[in-house]
Design a protein around this ligand. Sequence first.
Ligand SMILES: [Zn+2]
Ligand SMILES: [Zn+2]
Length: 86
Amino acid sequence: MCEACGAPDMQGTCEICGELWDDCICPECPICGEQGKPDCYEGHGLIKTDKQIKNKERKDKELAEEEEYYRIEGEKIMATVAEKRE
Ligand SMILES: [Zn+2]
Ligand SMILES: [Zn+2]
């Protein structure tokens, strides 16, 4: 979520664990009480667990596969449109 305007960020996912905010598995920071904030891992002494790291890797992979799927589907649609024009 954008702190300035309150709008959800582009993907609406946690940068640390890769889950949607509703499903975020990150612990609350003992200093500022925020969840899934990169600053907390750099400045507030929070340490990412294996679970968070693995989760993020898995989510990144899923996202890449999804993007690839839509890219291919998009190309198929473009090809169909091109065929119809002829
Ligand atoms: Zn998280
Ligand atoms: Zn913090």
